[in-house]
Design a protein around this ligand. Structure first.
Ligand code: ADP
Ligand code: SF4
Ligand code: MG
Length: 345
């Protein structure tokens, strides 16, 4: 067990020492440098950080969706105790729909433009849910059953006129409605984990709030585990039980959301939060800290934050810190803070 998993909670997803490279003409991009993360069953977990820090690569690794020129070069990802990285392609395909689903920014990538949306959601239901044999064997019964189920799910995700909507095609819907259809497909697949990767970024603020509330309701009512990937701290503050801050392919800090916002420990998180005047105002991370995001072809040695860090010491450039538990439910990746908090838990 990594230190981040040493707790009594039920860990559903356990990422250990995950390293991912991209082999490009410019050189090897060391996108993830030993990510350790444990996600608890039934929580909503936020993954935040500046653009390019490795959020999407982390969650895509969990789904085994890293494509050429990318490669997972080291690490383990346990889902309920099984290493996802060791599963056969057939097994991982099953896991992807049935146990974990991902909602992306652009729903059109996943919706088939020439199939009615009701049918697309039915298909997910049919593939992933157990249906009684007498219904399965009777075409008419099955069609009626699926329609009822899909309309139920459309109601759940607050898609209006569910019965009428069944026959619509994706291009006939607004962006917000398409995003709801995607969430409906996720529910139809009945997964344990729903990953939303900047899923609401392109939507206007009101629709964004509605979708986020909907996802939170799924967590509360259906006990799903949610992973929110976002560069928006406002979303994290409002939506997430716990949060991990990523910097340059390394985890800087993991904590309960309130603790992170009220009492951040890692120098990067501290800088990030200091630069936000009003926490309830959603704010991009992009322009919050002096200096630039590290070049991941030649990343800074040791702690990748050291060129920008006000607390930097010699050791910071020499050795990569460990992600260490410094307080209950609070882990930090920092030599100086590790020493400062030594013995406090
Ligand atoms: N297809 C790719 N080819 C080369 N490099 C990539 C590719 N995808 C991601 N990367 C690298 O991985 C890093 C992390 O990317 P990503 O996880 O998408 O960032 P974000 O935190 O914005 O989601 C990027 O800085 C980029 O250098
Ligand atoms: S390890 Fe060193 S450089 Fe990195 S955050 Fe801590 S003090 Fe700063
Ligand atoms: Mg991303």
């Amino acid at each position: 067990m990594t230190e981040a998993t040493a707790n009594t909670q039920d860990v559903i997803l356990d990422i250990k020492n995950l390293k991912v490279n991209f082999y490009t003409y410019e050189g090897v991009v060391k996108a993830l440098d030993g990510i350790d993360l444990s996600i608890y069953k039934g929580e909503s977990f936020g993954l935040v950080g500046e653009t390019g820090c490795g959020k999407s690569v982390t969650v895509r690794s969990v789904m085994r969706l890293i494509e050429e020129p990318g490669k997972i070069v080291e690490g383990e990802i346990f889902y309920k105790g099984n290493d996802v990285l060791k599963l056969k392609e057939k097994e991982i395909r099953k896991l992807r729909g049935a146990k974990m689903t991902m909602i992306f920014q652009d729903p059109m990538t996943f919706l088939n433009p020439v199939i009615q949306i009701g049918e697309q959601v039915s298909e997910m239901f049919l593939i992933h849910q157990k249906i009684q044999k007498d219904i399965l064997d009777n075409k008419k019964k099955l069609s009626k059953y699926l329609k009822e189920k899909v309309v139920e799910i459309f109601d759940l995700v607050k898609l209006p006129d569910a019965a009428e909507l069944f026959k619509r095609y994706p291009h006939e819907l607004s962006g917000g409605m398409r995003q709801r259809v995607l969430i409906a497909m996720s529910i139809a697949a009945d997964p344990d984990i729903i990953i939303a990767d900047e899923a609401t970024t392109a939507l206007d603020v009101t629709i964004q709030a509605q979708i986020l509330n909907l996802l939170n309701k799924l967590k509360k009512d259906l006990g799903r585990t949610l992973i929110f990937v976002t560069h928006n701290l406002g979303i994290v503050a409002e939506m997430c039980d716990r949060v991990a801050v990523l910097y340059g392919g390394q985890i800087a800090e993991v904590a309960e959301t309130k603790a992170l916002f009220v009492d951040p420990i890692h120098p990067y998180t501290q800088g990030l939060l200091r630069s936000i005047p009003l926490l309830h105002k959603p704010k991009d991370l992009l322009d919050s800290i002096d200096g630039v995001v590290p070049n991941l072809v030649n990343p800074p040695s040791g702690c990748r934050f050291h060129p920008r860090c006000p607390l930097k010491e010699d050791i910071c450039a020499q050795e990569r810190p460990k992600l260490v538990k410094v307080l209950p439910e609070h882990w930090v990746h920092c030599h100086v803070k590790q020493r400062e908090y030594e013995g406090k838990v």
